[in-house]
Design a protein around this ligand. Sequence first.
Ligand code: UDP
Length: 194
Amino acid sequence: TQKVNLLNIEIDNVFKTEVLENLQSGIVFTPNVDHLMKLQGDREFLQAYKMADYKLCDSQILMYASRFLGQPIKEKISGSDFFPAFYNFHKKNENIKVFLLGAAKGVAIKAQEKINAKVQRDIIVGSYSPPFGFETNEAECQKIIEMINRSDATVLAVGLGAPKQEKWIYQYREQLPNIRIFLAIGATLDFEAG
Ligand code: UDP
């Protein structure tokens, strides 16, 4: 796909439907201005970004910037637009089994119940809202890895906010052999649970 370079990040110039139709495997991030600023001074965040397969524009300001550069981005796509579109697109695709990671205690399970009721199958096979500060606790992270690997999930949706969610995916992706698609979804679990 065509890319638009903004502050050294190659943003995909795509419609959401193109991504949904083509996404077989890979890591999906949704850059905004806050991400681009944080990327300037955070090496680990930048490394995570460099290996993302899809970078979808989640910012009206970046849409304007792309237009100014003569390469207008086709559509603004936030995590909270993309994630429901993704599970609706794969409603009947039995190969898509999703694990939800993130949000405050009790929120991910609620999102799981609501989404499964909406699509009328158990498309969400597991969920977990980790305690505050878990990302610095390696034992806790290993417990989560086991939970995800046992769940039979093929997709991991991580809603921990940026840059936590992108770094977590970057750090642990190789310990999650069954996961083919990684989605960084920001505050989406709050919306899905609410
Ligand atoms: N969050 C979390 N653990 C943390 C920090 C945040 O699970 O240590 C969750 C928070 O509950 C919310 C989500 O991350 O559901 C996104 O937060 P925020 O709105 O800050 O992120 P953004 O959407 O701007 O990336």
